[in-house]
Write a protein that binds this ligand. Structure first.
Ligand code: SAH
Length: 384
């Protein structure tokens, strides 16, 4: 696909390569990962997308103001990369198009219902953010309104108008964030409509996703990444598998039909609760999900002399910690499948593991974040 023109390219800064030919962006990412991993393993290639636009299933808008002709008007935008400056965005080339259109209509309703927009400088106002999550396979849609107070004036009519305009919405959640913080979501929530979560299907398994749980933003590529991770694990059906940094349990449950036992560990309480429900939804009685720090849990396993056959690990961008890696090695898995969203921290962690008895054998990169400066890599390590 040849380069596409995005009017927000300079001001937003998220998609650094949106004007370039997609194939060439893939080759650059491949080289980037290849170079970083060269001391440890040969990269087997990069898996791109057939349609690299509108892949993001999660859309986030900051609600703010803009001065126009001496007057202030409401805008919904994106924080310019690395700043708190809001760039008004109407149509984003990488986001789900239905969600984009919904934001537009929502902002019209915000104006007609005279809902006050939050002002970051003064701390006054009600509506801070709008978040929309769409489920790729089921079509379910969650709208999250982040407010400074649980009271949305005219809520009943607002919801009625929203659902009339967008019957595809299956749930609406009001999240309360009254703190002067850069965090988008607050701790408290109220379900305004529907069940308060959406469900999606990946690799034939059903997953419940709550507003505050992590869920991969690119469902098409997430399925391919998980499939690769499971292939690398070469499970025979009897193994004890640890899914570390498990989120809502996607990798562990996708692998569960081929494992004897699955233990998922996740520190976010909402995601861990979703994972436990997801085990039930998929009739995986042999899968156990624990809300804990992944390193602490593995350390306890090691102290109790428990072993794991395979560890899937999928840490955040900062990578893993030495405490985690030490504990992982201490439960002596035959295989470690590392799913990484940052090749720099992956290379660092491979460096540590290579000095502690593990060898990287295979690696494959996946373009999860087309046109942005990020890349996902799946790497297999075995006990050497
Ligand atoms: N494997 C999941 C989630 C990956 S994102 C998926 O594919 O959807 C990384 C996850 O690690 C997030 O859910 C985050 O909440 C969790 N996390 C971050 N630090 C952690 C820690 N120290 N211990 C356990 N989980 C952690």
């Amino acid at each position: 696909m040849s380069g596409v023109n995005c009017p927000y390219r300079k001001s937003c800064g998220g998609c650094t390569t949106i004007g370039q030919d997609y194939e060439s962006t893939l080759r650059k990412k491949e080289k980037w990962v290849e170079n970083l991993l060269r001391p440890y393993v040969r990269l087997d290639g990069i898996v791109g997308m057939e349609q690299p636009l509108h892949y993001r299933n999660k859309v986030h808008r900051v609600c703010s103001y803009e001065r126009f002709g001496g007057r202030e008007r409401h805008i919904a935008g994106i924080y310019a990369e690395g700043t708190h400056r809001v760039v008004p965005v109407k149509h984003c080339l990488i986001e789900n198009e239905t969600a984009d259109a919904m934001i537009d209509d929502l902002m019209d309703m915000v104006r007609s219902f005279r809902i006050r927009i939050y002002n970051e400088d003064t701390g006054v106002g009600l509506l801070r953010h709008i978040l929309i999550r769409t489920a790729h396979a089921t079509g379910q849609v969650m709208v999250v309104l982040v407010l400074t107070s649980p009271v949305l004036p005219g809520k009943k009519h607002f919801l009625k108008a929203l659902l009339a305009a967008h019957p595809e919405i299956t749930t609406v959640v009001i999240n309360i964030n009254d703190r002067r913080t850069s965090m988008v979501l607050g701790e408290r929530e109220q379900v305004a409509y529907g069940p308060g979560f959406i469900e999606d299907v990946l690799l034939g398994k059903r997953f419940r996703i709550s507003s505050r749980s992590f869920y991969q933003v690119n469902s098409v590529q997430a399925e391919r990444i998980y499939a690769q991770a499971i292939e690398y694990a070469t499970l025979k059906g009897r193994e004890t598998v640890v899914d570390a940094y498990c989120g809502i349990g996607t990798i562990g449950l996708a692998a569960s039909d081929r494992a004897g036992r699955v233990i998922g560990v996740e520190s976010n309480a909402d995601a861990a609760a979703d994972a436990a429900v997801n085990a039930k939804l998929n009739h995986a009685d042999h899968a156990l999900f624990i809300c804990d720090d992944a390193a602490d849990y593995l350390q306890r396993m090691a102290a109790e002399r428990k072993k794991a056959d395979v560890i899937f690990m999928d840490p955040p961008r900062s990578g893993s910690s030495e405490v985690f890696l030490e504990a992982a090695v201490a439960v002596s898995p035959g295989r470690i499948v590392y799913i990484s969203c940052n090749p720099e921290t992956l290379a660092r962690d491979l460096g540590w593991l290579s000095k502690h008895g593990y060898r990287a054998r295979k690696a494959m990169a996946f373009d999860q974040f087309c046109f942005a400066d990020h890349i996902e890599t799946v790497c297999l390590l075995t006990h050497s």
